[in-house]
Write a protein that binds this ligand. Structure first.
Ligand code: ZN
Length: 365
């Protein structure tokens, strides 16, 4: 690919809009990722076509060494004519969460630096190797990018990527939002979440409401390793989102995220886009919980999980959330609610291994 400018917060030109790059050393190379991607694809493309796609994002390529070089992560940058605040947005921290990617593209298309007071910085596809395979975690080092922050300049690819992202981009935000969704294997309520900790909480709670998602989820604590736990340590007001997911993208979720980003640009007084505004009669559902789906209800047996609830359902203790069947059809396990609560997340795809999350619960706020 043609080399584009490297992102550097101090050198963004006023009254400009451009696509830049955040470049990470990638000595590991793509290895057998093309073959793995072929397995994850529809099977109608060739391995060579996949290699071409991947190599288009690698600078200074060394083809003989597993297509290694420098990984180029796209950064969309727009800076207004006038000085102002900086909104930083990320999507694709997990490779199978697409709603935020499209929302970023839609907002960026509509930005006019002439009408902006401040800066918009967005990385639509952070964890490129996970995106290539359409999976959650980074296949190069098997790490969950939402558990490695603040990262390390000497670590594995995920750790280096986290470190560079935090130092070069995130720490410069006046407000940061990380756009997730429940990915290919789960459904989740469409929401905007924030931490009630520290000095940033007041701004974050107002910004979370301004985003305009159907659910606003407040977290008394945020588990370490996330993008937002790293930015919270820097006292940057930080938000994140989740959406219905399940391997596809709902129109209403992309619209919600697009409107939400436009609302945050307005919240920071950067610009007023046509897409901004709260839904008519906006009255979000307020929920409160830890927000860590990794401590949710896990199944003990593997096989097939069939859910019997929808996200958002109010459930009582011992209500059945779903069953795990063996391949012979025996009901091996009933997944039940541990207490009166709200279903926040539920497994969308039936094939499940022991230890995987079946559902997660939270509470009315
Ligand atoms: Zn995610």
């Amino acid at each position: 690919m043609e080399k584009v400018a490297e992102f550097e917060i101090g050198s963004i030109v006023k009254n400009s809009k451009e696509i830049q790059s955040l470049t990470i050393d990638f000595p590991e190379g793509v290895g057998d990722l093309p073959r793995q991607s072929l397995l994850c694809s529809s099977g109608f493309c060739s391995e060579e076509q996949i290699i071409n796609e991947m190599s288009s994002r690698i600078y200074d390529r060394e083809p003989v060494k597993n297509l290694s070089g420098k990984l180029s992560i796209p950064v969309l940058v727009a800076k207004g004519k006038q000085e102002g605040q900086t909104l930083v947005v990320t999507a694709g921290i997990h490779g199978d969460e697409y709603e935020g990617m499209e929302a970023i593209y839609r907002v960026f298309e509509n930005l006019d630096p002439e009408k902006m007071k401040g800066t918009f910085v967005a990385l639509p596809v952070v964890t490129l190797p996970a995106f290539w395979l359409g999976i959650r975690n980074n296949p190069v080092d098997m790490k969950n990018m939402a558990r490695v922050f603040p990262g390390s300049s000497e670590g594995t690819l995920s750790e280096r990527l986290a470190w560079t992202l935090l130092q070069s981009v995130l720490r410069h935000a006046d407000l940061y939002i990380d756009l997730h969704s429940s990915g290919r294997n789960y459904h989740m309520l469409t929401l905007c979440g924030y931490s009630t900790q520290g000095r940033q909480a007041e701004i974050a709670s107002r910004a979370a409401y301004a985003f305009g998602a159907p659910v606003v989820w407040a977290h008394p604590e945020i588990s370490p390793g996330r993008t937002t736990s790293a930015t919270l340590d820097l006292e940057i007001p930080s938000l994140y989102t989740e959406a219905y997911g399940g391997g596809h993208v709902r129109f209403e979720d992309v619209e919600c995220y697009t409107r939400g980003l436009a609302n945050l640009l307005k919240f920071l007084d950067i610009t007023a886009l046509e897409q901004s505004g709260l839904p008519q009669g906006y009255n979000p559902r307020f929920l409160k919980g830890s927000g860590d789906i990794d401590v949710a209800i896990k199944c003990k047996k593997g096989g097939m999980f069939f859910r019997s609830v929808e996200v958002g359902d109010n459930v009582q203790a011992n209500d059945v959330l779903g069953i795990v069947r063996s391949l012979e059809g025996r009901i091996e396990e009933k997944i039940v609610a541990s207490q009166d609560s709200v279903v926040m997340l539920v497994r969308a795809t039936p094939r499940i291994y022991p230890g995987e999350t079946a559902a997660a619960l939270t509470f009315e706020g």
